[in-house]
Ligand binder design. Sequence first.
Ligand code: CP3
Length: 347
Amino acid sequence: MRALRGERPAQTPVWFMRQAGRSLPEYRALRSGGSMLDACLDPALASEITMQPVRRHKVDAAVFFSDIIVPLALLGIDVQIAPGRGPVFTEPVRTAAQIAEIIRIDPSLVRERGGAVAEAVTRTTVMLAEESEARGEPLPLIGFAGAPFTLAAYLVEGGPSKDHMVARSLIHTEPHAWADLTMWLAEVTGQFLALQVEAGASVAQLFDSWAGALAPDDYREAVLPASAAALRPVRAFEVPIIHFGVGTGEILADMASIGVDGLGVDYRVPLDQAAARVGRGVTLQGNFDPALLFAPAEVQRAAAQRILTEGLAARAHVFNLGHGVPMDADPADLTALVETVHAWRAP
Ligand code: CP3
């Protein structure tokens, strides 16, 4: 929390995107059976899964176990998470008429129907308080949501896409419908974030994973206003906000411009260069290449130390991966990475 507010604690804090999940045998044991969405909407299961990596790796924060499509499922939209693939919608929403129809759904239903999510968050904060007492330091819970572009990218394609061609072309073929869709998704995301923060999450991370697929002008004009709108409902709670995307080297300054405390940087841009692009108004988060988790231990340690040194160019640094933990990563490597980060001191 201090690092996100711009301070430099003696130990650089560390957590991992996708720290909860398939890299952990204890997760696979708990998840055997039910669907991913069912797990997200089961408060006992979701809170326990959230705690697993905190206990095992001794990371400095929990990230709530959920998914970016949970709020859309709560609205009654027919979506599943296909194992090994990602979110899949029964009916893609592509035409102006389909967009006009979906945006008639009232986004405030996310909060009305999100009781299980709120309960899972509250349970997690109780479990974190116990763990935090044992460790003698606070353990924040990071809540999150998908940004309007990344959600729209799945919704219009109907599933995962390599080039996001449908979304990128809709911006130009149906600019008004596109604006309506992304502003509606901003409300959905805002509701989902507010729900988690109200229930006890102490940080909100906005995942715009696929924003890097866009030309910078399109990002600024057709996407960024909706991302800013999505954050409005959490502003009142004054929790730190983190903004993250992949392949965003050209738009880092834009992503930082909407009033965020932390900016996630993927592994393609060294943190000192990212700091030069965004200035000292924001804390950088990142950016260990997940592929390095398959390298020898000494290579991993040296890379982590290089990243910590590059992070000194930012006003403050939260260590993380440049994207999520790969499912076949060895959990022992993640635990070792936490130890390396915690042992490091600024020269
Ligand atoms: O530990 C954490 O980071 C918290 C959990 C988390 C999940 N999804 C759980 C999950 C978070 C933060 C997300 C966000 C998410 N979901 C994003 C943004 C982050 C990113 O990776 O860019 C995106 C794009 C999604 C959509 C999504 N959900 C994808 C692409 C996949 C992977 C599909 C696959 O099977 O490879 C999912 C499924 C998913 N979300 C899993 C988990 C643990 C795996 C499902 C399972 O265990 O069966």
